[in-house]
Each structure stands twice: as C-alpha cells, then as structure tokens.
Design a protein around this ligand. Structure first.
Ligand SMILES: C[S@@+](CC[C@H](N)C(=O)[O-])C[C@H]1O[C@@H](n2cnc3c(N)ncnc32)[C@H](O)[C@@H]1O
Length: 228
C-alpha cells in the first residue's frame, strides 16, 4: 500500500466547552468556516509529507474487493484518497471545503474530487463498494450522524464496507481554542455508537477504542459492513 512514515499529530481538542448551537446547519457552517479560515495551518500538518497510512485504512482496503469503488468522506487534503488510489482502487474524495479540495487537486490532478456536504450526497443508492470517513463525521451533531448512518447504508452496495474514526468521550460542542478553533465536535461512547450503527442497518465487524494513533487522544475506530 502507500508509503508511510511516523507522524502522530496533535489534533484539536484543547477545550470543548459545549457552547450551544441552534441547529446542525449552524454547526456544519461554522465548522466549514473554521477550516477555511485556518486552511494554511491545517495543510501544514495534513497536506505535507511524510504520510503514514492509518492502520484502519489498511484494514479497510484489505476487506475491499479488487478495484472497488470507494468514497473518502471529508477527504481534507486528500492524502488518504491518494493512498487508496495508489493501492489500485477507484476513489472519489469528497469534502465541504473548497480550499482543501483545491490543494488536493494541485497535488494529485488525476484524483476525482467533489465538493459536497456529507449530509446531502450527490450519489444514488448502491453507488459505492465502500466508504472511508477519517475524522470527518466528528463534525456533525449526533442527530445528523444518525441520519447520515442511514443514508450511507443506502449509498453502499449490499456487502459494502464502512470504516470511520470518531472521537471517544462524553461532551459535544464547539471547540473554543486550540489548533483550529470554531469547529463543532461530537464525542461518542462505544455502546452508543454501536447502537446508532445497528439501528441504521450496519453490521459491525470491529469497533474499538484506540489512543494516540494518527491523532492525539482516544478515538473510536469502526469497521462495518452492509448486510447482503
Ligand atoms: C479533521 S479533518 C479530516 C480530513 C481527512 N479525512 C484526514 O484524515 O486528514 C475533517 C474534514 O471533514 C470535512 N468536513 C467537515 N464537515 C463536513 C461535511 N458536513 N461534509 C463534508 N466534509 C466535511 C472538513 O472540511 C475537513 O476536511
């Protein structure tokens, strides 16, 4: 698979103060604005080499069939999408943030990139063999995550895969300071996330808590399948 080098990177969770937001739309719009305002800082960390493939991405690709058609949800600077493509799969990188996609396009002109909101995807039922969402669904309020899990199940072919990383913990809210302030972040308990996935029709292959892998802190690494 892709060439990798060690890089554990400080993520953002300096403080989550649970500031009220009035709707999922506000949370997503504020988060998009924060990524736009801090794009240089984001790209300095996530846009540069060396790149280390997340272990979960390796597992996901081992489960995927040859030449599977995969969607990288919230692809950011596009480094995982590039690795997926290099590994021989067909991939679309999708993100809400135009400036991050522009950067990804400059680095890999042949990568297919789409600007869209995870909550409103421009694809039909059964379009993909698998979905990869690294640290992107963390920016949706839980009510929107529940709805997205259901929509993503429909977007995936029967037997298709879903791998995602979400933040483990209790409090959800706006990040007030730290690396990229102004973003909404949700945190999940393992059982709560497992229930949400099963309710949305996903069969869990593995759901585990990991610490300080690609990003600092405790994360939930998910690998699931849509039943045949
Ligand atoms: C923490 S970054 C992770 C980026 C990339 N997956 C990675 O691992 O480096 C979160 C990404 O999710 C994107 N994002 C946040 N909310 C989104 C939404 N509603 N729809 C699409 N992308 C979104 C952001 O623009 C950002 O690129």
């Amino acid at each position: 698979m892709a060439d990798c080098a060690e890089s554990i990177v400080a993520s953002t969770l300096a403080s989550i103060e649970g500031q009220a937001i009035s709707s999922p739309r506000d949370a997503v719009a504020q988060t998009a604005q924060a990524y736009h305002d801090h794009r240089e800082r984001f790209l300095q960390v996530w846009g540069k080499s060396p790149y280390r493939c997340p272990p979960l991405l390796g597992d996901f690709l081992r489960f995927a069939r040859r030449k599977a058609y995969l969607l990288d949800l919230g692809c950011g600077a596009g480094q995982d999408a590039r690795a997926i493509r290099r590994a021989g799969f067909r991939v679309v990188g999708l993100d809400l943030n135009r400036s991050l996609l522009d950067y990804a396009r400059r680095r890999s002109p042949r990568l297919t990139l789409v600007q869209a909101d995870v909550r409103n995807l421009p694809y039909v039922t059964g379009a993909f063999d698998g979905l990869w969402a690294a640290a992107s669904l963390i920016h949706l309020p839980k009510i929107a995550v529940h709805a997205s899990f259901r929509r993503l199940a429909k977007l995936t072919k029967p037997g298709g895969l879903f791998a995602a990383t979400l933040i483990h913990g209790r409090h959800s809210g706006m990040v007030q300071n730290g690396w990229i302030p102004g973003r909404f972040i949700s945190r999940w308990h393992k059982q709560e996330l497992a229930r949400a996935l099963r309710r949305a029709g996903w069969q869990i292959i593995e759901l585990k808590i990991v610490s300080n892998q690609e990003r600092k802190g405790r994360w939930l690494n998910l690998l699931a399948r849509r039943p045949i």
